[in-house]
Design a protein around this ligand. Structure first.
Ligand SMILES: NC(=O)c1ccc[n+]([C@@H]2O[C@H](COP(=O)([O-])OP(=O)(O)OC[C@H]3O[C@@H](n4cnc5c(N)ncnc54)[C@H](OP(=O)(O)O)[C@@H]3O)[C@@H](O)[C@H]2O)c1
Length: 324
């Protein structure tokens, strides 16, 4: 008997239902995983609420987990029964067991636990592409990180600090500000009360930041543009406050020949080469201690409605793991 969290309709956390599912045997190119932990990600809220498509209903949602290979289908190289693996960004993770294409999973190094792997793959690979590909951060750059005490945020702050950046973090409370500072953030802005562009100008001696990594979306888009230096890059990579409204590219000229991009991890792991490059860099950063993965909430997978409620209410910090 296998249980999973499914939705039969989109909506609030109450649509998340713990029920029995059939898993079956792996087909060509697939493996079956016996999972031990799922990562909770904001994208799970978008899928549950209907903002992002999740395919035919009922559907098992969730995008990230770790576990053990328990059956291997035909044509799979490099994976055997008993391998510990994890994966990001593959719908259907909120389950005790699942089938998955073998090329989506990555073996977990010995030094990294299943819980840590589930807490870091999607968020860590996102931090990786933002800092190394979207705007490659250089020592001495000032950068702006939103939700700096959140799951992606705490990883971004630590990694950017290690790269030599001057890290400015936007946070929703004093407690979150302290946490962000403990994870490499040099300056914090309490953005519920303080004006972001003026504080950024104050901190950067009037220059502005080289890059703004904005996961808030609608509520902060213009503030991010107004915080950039000339030729600065806005990576608007999330919608916690709703999707950004349509805008004219002309405004980018007036504000200093700016760049705006709307990246997604899906593109950044769309080939095996891209996925492995990101995963190896992430594992090295974690194994060397450059990046610590903070699991600040752990709940049983069956209680994930409560985990969704906490995430949307801005009550969580760092990563949340749903234990199986
Ligand atoms: N494009 C991609 O490839 C990609 C990949 C992964 C994640 N993301 C995005 O990155 C963001 C962070 O994801 P995460 O899973 O690590 O979540 P998270 O940052 O741990 O949680 C969301 C945080 O956003 C802040 N927030 C600001 N306004 C909010 C609002 N109206 N409603 C809810 N939260 C609000 C809150 O922090 P404060 O209280 O400090 O404001 C909250 O704790 C999400 O927007 C997600 O969609 C994008």
């Amino acid at each position: 008997m296998t249980k999973a969290i499914r939705i039969h309709e989109t909506g609030g956390p109450e649509v998340l239902s713990w029920e029995e599912i059939e898993v079956g045997d792996p087909g060509q190119g697939q493996v079956r995983l016996r999972q031990s932990a799922c990562g909770l990600n904001y994208i799970d809220v978008y899928g549950r609420s209907g903002m992002y498509p999740v395919g035919d209903l009922p559907a098992v949602i969730g995008m990230e987990a770790s576990g053990v290979v328990e059956a291997v289908g035909g044509g799979v190289d490099g994976l055997v029964t008993g391998d510990r693996v994890a994966y990001p960004m593959t719908l259907g993770s909120y389950a005790e067991a699942r089938l998955i294409d073998a090329d989506k999973v990555i073996k977990i190094p010995h030094a990294i636990s299943d819980e840590t792997a589930a807490a870091m793959m999607l968020k860590g690979l996102t931090a990786h592409y933002l800092l190394f590909r979207t705007y490659p951060v250089k020592a001495g750059d000032s950068i702006l990180v939103y939700a700096a005490a959140g799951g992606v945020g705490l990883i971004l702050c630590q990694w950017a600090n290690q790269l030599g950046a001057n890290v400015i973090g936007c946070v929703g409370s004093e407690e979150k500000a302290q946490l962000a500072r403990d994870h490499g953030c040099h300056h914090t802005i309490l953005y519920r009360d303080e004006d972001i562009p003026s504080r950024v100008r104050e901190i950067t001696a009037g220059v502005g930041v080289a890059a703004a990594y904005d996961s808030i979306g609608k509520a902060t888009f213009e503030k991010s543009l107004d915080s950039l230096r000339p030729f600065g890059v806005l990576a608007t990579y999330g919608n916690a406050s709703g999707p950004v409204d349509p805008f004219s590219p002309q405004i980018l000229a007036g504000k200093g020949s700016l760049y705006v991009t709307r990246p997604t991890l899906a593109t950044h792991i769309s080939t095996r080469e891209l996925l492995e490059e990101g995963a190896q860099r992430l594992f090295s950063a974690v194994e060397s201690g450059q990046v610590r993965i903070s699991i600040n909430q752990t709940l049983p997978l069956a209680d994930c409605a409560e985990a969704h409620r906490q995430l949307e209410a801005r009550e969580t910090t760092g990563s949340t793991v749903l234990k199986i």
